[in-house]
Design a protein around this ligand. Structure first.
Ligand code: ZN
Length: 67
């Protein structure tokens, strides 16, 4: 369910998941976040196929869908 996990919010720019009290995305610097997200993918290796498919360049946890 979207927004089920309110512990985190998702960056609207890069989809990084950060704690609710984070003012600025530590991955891309955006200040635009959404509580309406679902699915989590954890990128450990930016060179992996998963990271490339996902477009992630920084090891982090990301939401799969951000509305
Ligand atoms: Zn971001």
């Amino acid at each position: 369910m979207p927004g089920k996990n309110k512990e985190f919010k998702a960056c609207k720019n890069c989809r990084a998941l950060v704690p609710q009290d984070t003012p600025k995305c530590p991955v891309c610097g955006s200040i635009s976040f959404s509580d309406d997200w679902s699915g989590i993918v954890i990128i450990l290796d930016p060179e992996s196929e998963t990271a490339k498919l996902f477009g992630a360049t920084v090891p982090w946890r990301y939401a799969i869908i951000v509305k």
